[in-house]
Design a protein. Sequence first.
Length: 89
Amino acid sequence: MAKKTEKQKKAADRQMEAEIRQAMNQPWIQMKTALVVITITSLAMAGFTAWQYWYSLVWWKAIGLGLIFGAAIWGIFFGMMWINRTIRR
């Protein structure tokens, strides 16, 4: 077998780097899947928080705190999307 020349090694390295860059720019999951996961997570967090505060607070305050914590998950999600799009331009 013939040994690879320096030009062939550099070309192979460049091709490998291009493939790695292309793979890193691909999203991990689809946007639809992410929205479903965030919806389930925020509803679970809101329900769990309201349930935990149900006995120590008035029921409407417990539900309000649950909604605040559920909305915080959406805020973090959209905030990170905004930061990611701002940095990757």
